[in-house]
Write a protein that binds this ligand. Structure first.
Ligand SMILES: Cc1cc2nc3c(=O)[nH]c(=O)nc-3n(C[C@H](O)[C@H](O)[C@H](O)COP(=O)(O)O)c2cc1C
Length: 207
């Protein structure tokens, strides 16, 4: 199992790097091979295909999540390279956890709407304790190791999606149904809509 921690910080040896080292150590103790990489907005992130788990972490400066990580998601190819990756997020900040959940975490999450986020954590000065890192890694591993759900797939097709499905050539329907239902299950969607089908097609590389 291979994990990479992608981070940004203006402070060499600051609190973000200290957290990353603790998270990395904790993951390594759980059997992961761990690397860390400091983000540059326009770097090439195709190397993350070699990793099973990607953790994104950064501090907040002047109300904005550190710019190289945000830039990598907005301007660079990080978002594209994260497709279908298991990810986790964390922030470090001086504000309270509730403020950060409202103002800062969404700055990252709005670029990761198509990812399954296994765990997210705000390491805020007001709630930080030695156990915080362990709790984050525990939560992350719990979701990482969760066995795949049973093949009794539960997402319901909307009438529009069903109509569209019926219009497909019969020989393609079996494979397509399985692909769509597994995608919905993986993403936690309760309904298969036309939008979910389009998203599955984009993410799974169909035409
Ligand atoms: C210049 C500067 C600006 C900051 N701005 C904010 C802010 O707007 N909101 C906040 O919650 N924390 C803010 N902080 C606190 C940092 O997010 C926090 O101390 C973080 O752990 C710093 O990480 P680092 O040690 O890796 O730089 C700021 C810190 C600095 C040094």
């Amino acid at each position: 199992m291979k994990a990479v921690i992608l981070y940004d910080s203006k402070t060499s040896g600051g609190s973000t790097e200290a957290l990353i080292d603790s998270i990395g150590l904790s993951l390594a103790e759980s059997g992961f091979y761990v690397e860390k990489a400091k983000c540059k907005a326009l770097a090439d992130y195709s190397f993350i295909k070699d990793f099973d788990l990607v953790i994104l972490g950064a501090p907040v400066y002047y109300f904005i999540v550190a710019s190289q990580l945000l830039g990598a998601l907005i301007q660079g190819n990080l978002k594209k390279c994260l497709k279908r990756k298991k990810i986790a997020l964390f922030l470090t900040c001086g504000s309270s956890e509730s403020v950060a959940a409202l103002l800062y975490l969404p700055q990252l999450k709005m670029h990761l709407l198509r990812n399954k986020i296994l765990a997210e954590k705000i390491f805020a000065l007001d709630t930080f304790s030695d156990g915080s890192v362990d709790a984050f890694v525990e939560d992350l591993l719990l979701h990482y190791n969760k066995p795949p759900k049973s093949k009794v797939l539960s997402a319901k097709w909307t009438a529009e999606a069903q109509d569209w499905f019926q219009s497909m050539p019969a020989f393609m329907q079996g494979k397509f149904r399985t692909m769509a239902e597994e995608y919905a299950e993986e993403m936690g969607y309760k309904e298969i809509t036309l939008e979910v089908l389009a998203e599955a097609r984009d993410n799974l590389g169909g035409t």
